[in-house]
Each structure stands twice: as structure tokens, then as C-alpha cells.
Write a protein that binds this ligand. Structure first.
Ligand SMILES: Cc1cc2nc3c(=O)[nH]c(=O)nc-3n(C[C@H](O)[C@H](O)[C@H](O)COP(=O)(O)OP(=O)(O)OC[C@H]3O[C@@H](n4cnc5c(N)ncnc54)[C@H](O)[C@@H]3O)c2cc1C
Length: 391
């Protein structure tokens, strides 16, 4: 009998994966199976997951993955493919909200690691990598998320402090976070006037409101106001007015991991739809024996394979020290369109059962749009890629 069309059967073998990667996959898989998968529906309905999950994830090396060892990270023998595996195996639980909430440090901490002073890194990174403190990235504003160079939140130097005023929105882990990595205007107009500041969320003048949303229910998404918030100058991350490069660099890894997640979500959809199509009988035979339905699987697998091969290629370029901005942008579009297609087709195959709450496909279907908008929307990704091609 051939192998069932499950999550593993839809993973293309990669020439870049070694025994170390396979061992890591098994380790993350057993953590997800034990600590996450059994609770995922309950957490989604509750709109949150336990904070202790951060400590547990740190305990198995998920939080520190790829981060400097002097601050509690795990870097030796780790490459970008380990990060991709973590994204894929977490996605197997079928909740992007879980990943967004649990792994927010993956976008909030890198600017500090890349640009921050030794003192700032030594203060912030260890408790975050131990899963004891949470950090969020605050770039998007109500006036628009795509046009990053036009950020309005401002930080005005006054003695040894900056006085910060402004508003951020759609911030993942914004309510729970202890630390906020905030992009603010310290100089003139445009990209050249932006800096990153670390703002402790308990500072006077910081107020946060939780937002309700279509999907990602178990992650908290916040609107954050800064009203005359005093922030010591030592909380400046990197050089003043040099923050834009940090924002852009941060996006590369975010887009690569979002693509890995999107493809893994597509594979979850195929797995659940295939199990159903073999079991469910209509007109005297299993659904899978109807040609129209069979072809849906061929189409889904074709798109997953194409996306996965592109992901592998982009990850290899990143591992080689390159920064393939155009490819990473196009990969994000390719991967999220694959997820969108597979969520639609799997839902169709599941019929009414797919529309019911508590099923992975139903949740993934609700998460399609945020994957195609967050971290750089389709339109922005396509345009960025075209500009990289000299157009
Ligand atoms: C659940 C969730 C979590 C998020 N988490 C975070 C977070 O942790 N931190 C953070 O900083 N941000 C976060 N975001 C924000 C996210 O990155 C932004 O939503 C995204 O960058 C798009 O910005 P916007 O929503 O303001 O849309 P806009 O920039 O207003 O754009 C609206 C639409 O117009 C299109 N568009 C805009 N400009 C152009 C153009 N020039 N040409 C063609 N089309 C254009 C866009 O593609 C989009 O489809 C999150 C968003 C969501 C929904």
C-alpha cells in the first residue's frame, strides 16, 4: 500500500537537511504533540495560551534557536534550516496564532541583538530567551503599515531621555509583552529619521488595548498608545536615525519563516482533506475515488511542491550569507497563495464538516488573510521584488 497523503508525505526531501536537522524535527514534533496539539482548540476558544508555554518552549531550545549563546541562545551547529523546521513543526498543530504569540521574540529581539549595545543585550536578551519575559515588535501605525518610512510616532531628546508620543497598532503580543521594540521618528522625514527604542511596557504613559480579530485568536494583538513616555537614552537600539536598515533586515527572516509556516499549513490542509476523502463515501464510493476530488489533491500537492522547492532555494541563499530580497518577497507571495488555495480546496472537500469549529482546516482558512497581509502584504512584496529587478 502506498504511504498515506499525510503531513510527512507532502514534504519534499531537501539536499540541505542533515541528521542534525532530522533529530531537531523529532524533538520539536514531540514537544508540539505533547504540549501544544492537545490544547489548541481550547486555547483558541479562550483567546489565549498559558504564559508558561514560553518557559517550556525555551526548555526545549525553541526560543533560543539561532540566538547568541552568551545570552542563553543555541547557535552552534544551527542554521536557517533548523529555524524552518521549527516553523513547520509548530504549524503542524494548525494554529498560526499560537506561532505568532509564542515566537514573537523572533521579530522583537533581533534588532536588539543586531544593533543594540552590549549593556542592552545583556539586560534584555537572557530573560527573553529563557521565556521569562516577552518582547513585541512595534512598527505598524494606524496611519498605515506598508509605508514604513512614514512612521509618525516620535521620540524627542530631552536631557538623558527621549519623550515618546504616538500610537502603534496590530501589535502581536502587545498586551502581554514586558518589552516593546519600537520604531520611532528621532529625526527628519523619511527613512533616514527613524530609530529603534526599547520601551518597557510598564513605563508611565504606555497604554494598551486588545483588538478582536478574524483569526489568530489565541495571540494577543494590541493597539498601543505612548503619551509623553520617558525613555532613557541608553534604551536607544543602535545609532540614532539608523533604524530603517534594522527594520528592513528584520523583515527578511520574518518573511522566510512566514513562508515556511504557510507551506506547512497547506500540508496540514492536504493531510486532513485526504483522510476525510478516503473515509467519506458519496454516490457509493469514497470521495477520493471521484476524479474531480482526486484532481484537487494533485493541484494542491503541485503547488506545495513548487513552493517548498522555492523555500529550499531561498533558505540556501540565506545560509550562504546572501540577502535575496526579491526572492524572499516573491516566496512569501507564492507560499501564502499556496496556503490560500489549499485552505479553500481542503475546506471544499471537507464540506460542512470543514465549516465547523475545532477543525484545523477551519482555523487555517480564517488565518489565510493575515499571512498574506502581515509582515509585508502581497502588493508590497510584488512591488519590492519588481523594484529589485530594476523596474
Ligand atoms: C494579526 C496581525 C498581527 C500583526 N502583528 C504585527 C506586529 O507584531 N508588529 C507590527 O509592527 N505590525 C504587525 N502587523 C501589521 C502588519 O504588518 C500590517 O497589517 C501590514 O504591514 C499592512 O499594513 P496595513 O494593515 O496598515 O495596510 P496598509 O498599508 O494600509 O495597506 C492596505 C492595503 O493596501 C495595499 N497597498 C498599500 N500600499 C500600496 C501600494 N503602494 N500599491 C499597491 N497596494 C498598496 C496593501 O498591500 C494592503 O493590501 C500585524 C497585522 C495583523 C493583521
Amino acid at each position: 500500500m502506498s504511504q498515506p497523503l499525510d503531513f510527512d508525505a507532502t514534504r519534499l526531501p531537501s539536499p540541505h537537511m542533515s541528521e542534525s536537522h532530522e533529530a531537531w524535527r523529532q524533538s520539536v514534533r514531540s514537544f508540539v504533540t505533547r504540549e501544544i496539539a492537545p490544547h489548541i482548540n481550547e486555547w483558541d476558544e479562550a483567546g489565549e495560551f498559558p504564559r508558561e508555554l514560553h518557559n517550556k518552549a525555551a526548555g526545549v531550545g525553541l526560543i533560543g534557536l539561532g540566538m547568541p549563546e552568551e545570552y542563553g541562545g543555541v547557535k552552534t551547529g544551527v542554521d536557517v534550516f533548523h529555524t524552518i523546521i521549527a516553523s513547520e513543526e509548530l504549524a503542524r498543530a494548525g494554529s498560526g496564532g499560537l506561532i505568532a504569540g509564542l515566537m514573537t521574540h523572533g521579530i522583537g529581539l533581533p534588532p536588539i541583538i543586531a544593533l543594540g549595545s552590549d549593556k542592552l543585550k545583556a539586560r534584555i536578551a537572557p530573560p527573553v530567551l529563557a521565556g521569562e519575559k516577552l518582547i513585541a515588535l512595534c512598527v505598524t501605525e494606524p496611519s498605515g503599515g506598508s509605508d514604513v518610512a512614514n512612521i509618525r510616532t516620535n521620540a524627542v531628546r530631552k536631557g538623558d531621555n527621549y519623550i515618546v508620543n504616538g500610537e502603534k497598532t496590530f501589535i502581536t503580543t502587545g498586551c502581554r509583552a514586558d518589552y516593546l521594540t519600537v520604531a520611532a521618528r528621532t529625526g527628519g522625514d523619511g527613512a533616514g529619521g527613524l530609530s529603534f527604542l526599547l520601551i518597557e511596557s510598564d513605563r508611565k504613559g504606555v497604554s494598551r488595548t486588545r483588538l478582536k480579530k478574524m483569526g489568530w485568536w489565541m495571540s494577543d494583538t494590541a493597539s498601543i498608545h505612548f503619551d509623553d513616555v520617558e525613555v532613557p537614552v541608553e534604551n536607544l537600539i543602535g545609532q540614532e536615525n539608523a533604524g530603517f536598515a534594522g527594520i528592513v533586515t528584520n523583515f527578511n527572516m520574518e518573511r522566510l519563516t512566514m513562508a515556511a509556516q504557510a507551506i506547512a499549513f497547506a500540508r496540514v490542509c492536504i493531510e486532513d482533506a485526504a483522510a476525510w476523502a478516503l473515509e467519506r463515501r458519496t454516490f457509493g464510493k469514497p470521495l477520493a475515488k471521484h476524479q474531480v476530488i482526486r484532481h484537487k489533491f494533485s493541484e494542491m500537492v503541485r503547488q506545495v511542491n513548487a513552493s517548498a522547492a522555492y523555500l529550499d532555494h531561498c533558505a540556501w541563499q540565506v545560509r550562504e550569507g546572501q540577502s535575496p530580497i526579491a526572492d524572499l518577497s516573491l516566496l512569501k507571495v507564492q507560499a501564502t497563495r499556496t496556503m490560500e488555495f489549499c485552505a479553500r480546496e481542503a475546506m471544499q472537500i471537507l464540506g460542512g464538516a470543514g465549516f465547523m469549529r475545532g477543525c484545523r482546516v477551519e482555523r487555517i482558512y480564517r488565518e489565510v488573510r493575515v499571512m498574506a497581509i502581515g509582515g509585508g502584504s502581497e502588493e508590497i512584496m510584488n512591488d519590492l521584488a519588481a523594484r529589485q529587478m530594476g523596474l
